[in-house]
Design a protein. Structure first.
Length: 426
């Protein structure tokens, strides 16, 4: 039996789908187009309304095209919350499973001759999930209800998965969790993430870059900063979703709201790693957010000069305290604030990119060199400053092969991307 797998949502879902595919391959199954597959699988997201809608539309689309003999399986966050509703409203669904259920899904497949063996793949970057769940109780977030409390994978399991991804050709591993910096706290390990980085750097010699996503503002220890600064494999990059800068808004969000501590944290990061690239995410239109709160957020964004700023509009989620709060912000106001914030994000990103003009940087090549209309070869990659899928790219004149790390010179800065040319050999 063959399978078709559609993955929606965040990098943690991508990591789960990678493990699911491995289980399916080990059962002797192979991927196929939806019209030919025996099992149709949708790995869903339910973080915000837009993600729910995308997941439901994908399920309905497959349900309408489902042929006799095919099984439709829905997994992940959506059935974790709405199992009965899905089964009653979409009778074409054959099975539903919640999060972290890849082995149960693989068990549905008819066993065939095992065909799986690690082979080089076209991807040079892979997500490595180190934990799931979250102990924070942010008033807008549904994740703890979906995933439960923090549960870290044992270091041995993380290293084993990292070795599998390395064997499949990954040159960069992106460490993901709901709160990566809390890794190991449930295992009663102090500085768990720093220790894990040290072990991964030692045991995965062919992985050139280790990147950390989703750091919680209050969990950056001195040991972690020192480890990041000293290990050459660890990208000098950190994603810290701050959500807002107004203490009043942050208090209602149940987030860290001492801005003096936030500023000190950013100073410590930049002192330890002067060229560190910092990313954050802000949430606009939270209940009770005043125009002054929003203007303060814009001023904070300009002041702190993050290399990358992501943003999303507040979407009330059932069973979260924020959904029932008074002073809900009108949708038109949310949209206007989102546009204004992204304009500032574009300005600050361009300013940060311009600081690299004329400098040489290492680029992880993602595409083979292609010949442009002017007859010159060009390849596409990313610098350490850019995480896959969410940040910018480097478009480089010259020739290189996917998976290589090569040096380039930055010749032009765009709001999100860089233009470069291959650096002269030493």
């Amino acid at each position: 039996m063959s399978y078709y797998l559609l993955t929606l949502g965040c990098p943690k879902n991508v990591a789960d789908s990678t493990r699911l595919e491995r289980s399916l391959h080990e059962a002797g199954q192979s991927p196929a187009p939806a019209r030919q597959a025996g099992i149709l699988i949708v790995n869903t997201c339910a973080f915000i309304d837009q993600a729910k809608e995308e997941s439901i539309n994908a399920i309905l689309k497959l349900a309408l095209k489902k042929k006799s003999g095919q099984k439709l399986v829905v997994i992940g966050c959506l059935p974790q919350l709405y199992r009965k509703d899905l089964l009653s409203e979409v009778p074409e669904i054959d099975h539903v499973f919640g999060v972290e259920s890849w082995e149960k899904v693989a068990a549905l497949a008819e066993r065939g001759e095992a065909v799986y063996a690690p082979e080089p793949s076209s991807r040079v970057s892979a997500y490595l999930k180190i934990a799931d769940g979250c102990n924070a109780r942010c008033s807008f977030c549904i994740i703890p209800k979906i995933k439960g409390r923090l549960h870290s994978l044992p270091p041995e399991a993380v290293v084993e998965e990292g070795k599998r991804l390395q064997a499949e050709g990954a040159r960069e591993l992106v460490l993901v969790a709901q709160d990566s910096t809390a890794y190991g706290s449930d295992l009663h390990v102090e500085d768990g993430l720093a220790l894990l980085l040290e072990r991964l750097a030692t045991d995965l010699s062919d992985v050139a870059w280790l990147r950390i996503m989703y750091a919680y503002p209050g969990h950056l220890s001195k040991r972690l900063l020192r480890t990041m600064a000293e290990l050459p494999q660890v990208c000098k990059y950190l994603d810290i979703p701050l959500q807002h800068s107004s203490p009043a808004v942050l208090q209602r969000m149940r987030r860290p709201h001492d801005l003096s501590q936030t500023r000190r944290m950013l100073e410590r990061l930049r002192e330890a790693m002067p060229d560190i690239a910092l990313r954050t995410t802000f949430l606009v239109g939270f209940p009770g957010e005043t125009e002054q709160d929003f203007q303060d957020l814009l001023a904070f964004a300009r002041e702190t000069k993050f290399d990358h700023i992501g943003a999303f509009m507040f979407s009330p989620q059932d069973a979260t305290p924020a959904a029932r709060m008074p002073d809900q912000v009108p949708e038109r106001v949310k949209r206007r604030r989102y546009r204004e914030l992204m304009r500032v994000a574009r300005e600050t990103s361009l300013e940060r990119n311009r600081a690299w003009l004329g400098r040489e940087m290492a680029v992880l090549v993602e595409s083979e060199a292609d010949v442009e209309r002017n007859g010159k070869a060009m390849f596409v990659g990313r610098t350490y400053r850019d995480a896959p899928e969410v940040d910018g790219m480097a478009f480089c004149k010259g020739e290189a092969f996917a998976g290589e790390i090569t040096r380039v010179r930055i010749v032009e800065a765009l709001p999100y991307d860089l233009l470069a040319e291959a650096a002269a050999a030493d």
